[in-house]
Design a protein around this ligand. Structure first.
Ligand code: DAH
Length: 342
């Protein structure tokens, strides 16, 4: 009899079916009126009194094992007989690993947000551009070096309709906006631009700019300077100083480049600002009247300013990144250092 009980015990422990039907037939076979356990209890009555203590304990163990098994399997079986996973609902949530936002996106969003607060709306233009929008309308003379194969990625050379190229700057979007809208115009144009440059720590063939354009009656250089000062202080802190250096761009007159006081050394001099205390961050100027006329805007009635911010450059200063290539290599050790998307 002992052997029999041990065998049944083993069988019950091994039982792992979980369809509702199978669990029910298991229950009937062991616990039913004519089931195994009742038979065993009948045999028990006839057992020798000296064996009864041990046999009794074994039978109770078997009965408990079977009852527990049935209860456990019933719980993991739904009414249709399908298996249900046993979830522990009290466990802490297993967070999916969150990515981080690319620093270029973060800084672009910040630039857009700051200018949005000054009333600038956002527009975009195509990355594949024709000669007119990228160069000619912007007052580039036909032999300007920027049109050269060495600087521009051409998609198609076309003597009749003009060349098609990857835009070399977001200034092309200015032209599209002025062609399609009359002043007042107050917009910024974020986007990706391309130049045929050897890739190094300081140059890349693909980078990002945010172009800005403000055209209305009586817009002056003072308005440009004030808008850029507000921008620089919002971006780099209230202590930030700006400096405008005379420069040249075909599409602005006068033109300037803007430096900000180096926010890393506080103007004292470090290797980011090359010990000058200043870092160049954008080009700007008053829109050349030729450009206004090229785009169908009356240059006697209207004037305006424009600027072009290099996002990579701004991000380098903001996050002290010393190599442009890091932005585009997608090395997660670099990317994980930035703002989480949550
Ligand atoms: N397009 C120029 C560049 O790519 C940047 C620039 C300079 C844009 C002056 C402007 C501007 O709108 O006024 O280097």
């Amino acid at each position: 009899m002992k052997n029999k009980i041990e065998q049944y015990l083993h069988e019950a422990e091994q039982f792992a079916e979980n369809s509702a039907e199978q669990v029910e037939s298991f229950r009937i076979r062991f616990l039913g009126k004519k089931g195994v356990l009742n038979d065993l209890f009948e045999d028990f009555k006839k057992a020798a009194p000296t064996d009864k203590k041990e046999l009794g304990q074994m039978l109770n163990t078997l009965k408990n094992t079977i009852q527990n098994k049935v209860a456990e399997l019933r719980e993991s079986t739904d009414t249709d007989g399908h298996h249900l996973e046993l979830h522990d609902l009290t466990l802490p949530v297993d967070f999916a690993e969150a990515g981080t936002r690319h620093p270029i996106s973060t800084v672009r969003n910040q630039i857009v947000e700051i200018f949005a607060r000054m009333g600038f709306t956002v527009a975009e233009g195509p990355e594949i551009e024709d000669d007119w929008h990228n160069f000619t309308a912007l007052n580039f003379p036909p032999d300007h070096p920027a049109r050269d194969m060495q600087d521009t990625f051409f998609v198609e050379h076309n003597k009749i309709h003009g060349d098609i190229a990857l835009r070399t700057h977001t200034s092309s979007v200015q032209v599209r906006t002025m062609e399609n809208n009359q002043p007042p115009i107050r917009q910024i144009f974020p986007g990706r631009v391309y130049r045929n440059e050897a890739i190094s720590a300081r140059a890349h063939c693909m980078f990002h700019q945010v172009e800005g354009l403000y055209i209305d009656r009586e817009v002056s250089f003072a308005d440009l300077k004030q808008a850029l000062l507000v921008f620089a202080r919002e971006m780099f802190g209230a202590e930030t100083q700006i400096r405008l250096r005379p420069s040249y761009f075909p599409f602005t007159e006068p033109s300037a480049e803007m430096d900000i006081s180096c926010n890393i050394c506080g103007g004292k001099g470090c290797n980011i600002c090359k010990y000058t205390g200043w870092v160049e961050v954008l080009g700007c100027g008053m829109v050349d009247p030729n450009v206004l006329e090229n785009c169908g805007i009356d240059s006697k009635t209207y004037s305006g300013f424009a600027f072009g911010i290099g996002i990579e450059r701004m991000t380098m200063v903001k996050y002290r990144i010393n190599d442009l290539r890091l932005y585009f290599e997608n090395d997660v050790r670099f990317l994980r250092q930035f703002e989480s998307v949550y």
